[in-house]
Design a protein around this ligand. Structure first.
Ligand code: C6P
Length: 411
């Protein structure tokens, strides 16, 4: 039996009120944190406190509660910067989610810097959020897309990395695959990309919630993630980018707060980061994200990663016991984060997920917004279980038992 002594999961679970829910007569087993994580009371209370005591439009009022809202929102930005070791909070742009962060780069940097005949290098395992924006940009400016392929264990094939990055304008890749769980060697790829003169954008949606991320150490150029997958609220995400890039980039959306001076026919831009934040921001959500960062820091991201690694290792071992199962992604837990996809012959993933739900266990079934990857795996969909800091080893056992019971229903 593998133990996860380093994290006090019993105490952590008390922080998450939703884990008291009973579903279909059974305690909720939540194994869909890759879709969205649950929220600790600290985050819920922080947002309630904002709405109850100092709800106001930030950056605009000279009165006390507006100043309080501004201070709390900007303090959240500072904590987010520290969390990913960004050199400055001015490089932290709040967006709605990682999808918007990537689209911001597409519209602002992409339109100004990617031209006809240029190449953008992606991977076969990208979420649609880090594929479709580049398809749209390529179609608009006449650029080309190229892809790093994966091997049969869901690892990027890097034998031809030097050839593929040569002449590329941008390399855009996920840090951790939401479907396969693969943790990609971002640092190595960034080094090769920079040597070839390409910039590097990383989709960190599945990495920042689950492992320590240091954008300076990774030495990438753009890094995006979503608050709702890291114990924070929906409606808030982050784009980090190098200061020099942000300074040179034109604004994304136009409107209030992103300007310095406006005349009838002209406008000048606000300082960073507000140049990229038009309109009233998601104040409660930003403050909530700050509370989520505090919560995760209090636990320690290295411990979160170690806990998930242990659960994943255990899950990979236990899933082997299920007859005829196909488990996707690397078998090495060092390069496999806390999400595991699998399929069974003759049971559609949706049917499997529905039967598992009858036991109170929430897993996701579908293409996970990675349709080209499904094509590569040769399946229309998979069932996916994803773990977080509040999951216990016995929940993995319950999942495996539920899968075996579902198999009997279809036998
Ligand atoms: N993946 C999943 O169940 P947004 O919607 O912008 O917060 O996140 C998009 C996104 C981008 N990249 C990766 C690697 C992701 O995993 C996600 C979200 C969820 O896998 C919902 S499809």
């Amino acid at each position: 039996m593998i133990e996860t002594r380093s994290l006090d999961v019993t105490a952590i679970r008390e922080d998450f009120p939703i884990l008291d829910r009973v579903i279909n007569g059974k305690p909720l087993v939540y194994l869909d944190s890759a879709a969205t994580s649950q929220k600790p009371r600290a985050v819920i209370d922080t947002m309630t406190d904002y709405y109850s005591r100092y709800n106001a439009n930030p950056h605009r009022g000279v009165y006390q509660i507006s100043e309080e809202a501004t201070a709390a929102y900007e303090s959240a930005r500072q904590r987010v910067a520290t969390f990913i070791n960004a050199p400055s909070p001015k490089e932290i742009i709040f967006t709605r989610n990682v999808t918007e962060a990537i689209n911001l780069v597409r519209y602002s940097w992409g339109r100004a810097n990617v031209h006809q005949g240029d190449r953008i290098l992606l991977t076969e395992m990208e979420h649609h959020s880090n594929l479709v924006p580049w398809q749209l940009l390529a179609a608009e400016v006449g650029a080309e897309l190229d892809f790093l392929l994966i091997d049969d264990r869901g690892r990027l094939v890097l034998d031809d990395l030097a050839q593929k990055v040569a002449g590329a304008r941008l390399v855009a890749l996920t840090h951790q695959s939401n479907t396969l769980g693969t943790i990609n060697p971002v640092k190595e790829i960034a080094r090769a990309a920079h040597q070839a003169g390409a910039l590097v954008l990383v989709d960190g949606a599945q990495a920042v919630p689950h492992m320590p991320v240091d954008v300076r150490d990774l030495d990438v150029d753009f890094y995006g993630f979503s608050g709702h997958k890291m114990c924070g609220p929906t409606g808030i995400g982050v784009l980090w980018a190098r200061r020099s890039l942000l300074d040179a980039m034109p604004p994304f959306l136009g409107g209030g707060d992103m300007i310095k001076k406006v005349t009838l026919d002209h406008a000048t831009w606000n300082d960073l980061p507000w140049k990229f934040e038009a309109g009233t921001p998601a104040v409660a959500e930003g403050i909530g994200l700050g509370a989520a960062v505090d919560y995760l820091c209090g636990i320690g991201m290295d411990r979160v990663r170690a806990h998930e690694r242990t659960l994943l290792d255990y899950a990979l071992e236990k899933l082997q016991d299920v007859p005829q199962i196909t488990v996707y992604g690397p078998q090495d837990p060092d390069i496999h984060g806390g999400a595991v996809s699998f399929s069974l012959p003759d049971i559609h993933p949706h049917d499997l997920a529905t039967l598992i739900d009858q036991e109170g266990i929430a897993v996701r079934a579908g293409h996970h917004c990675t349709q080209p990857l499904m094509e590569r795996l040769g399946v229309p969909a998979t069932t996916r279980a994803s773990f977080y800091l509040y999951n216990r080893q016995d929940e993995v056992d319950q999942l495996v038992e539920a899968i075996v019971r579902a198999q009997k229903v279809f036998a």
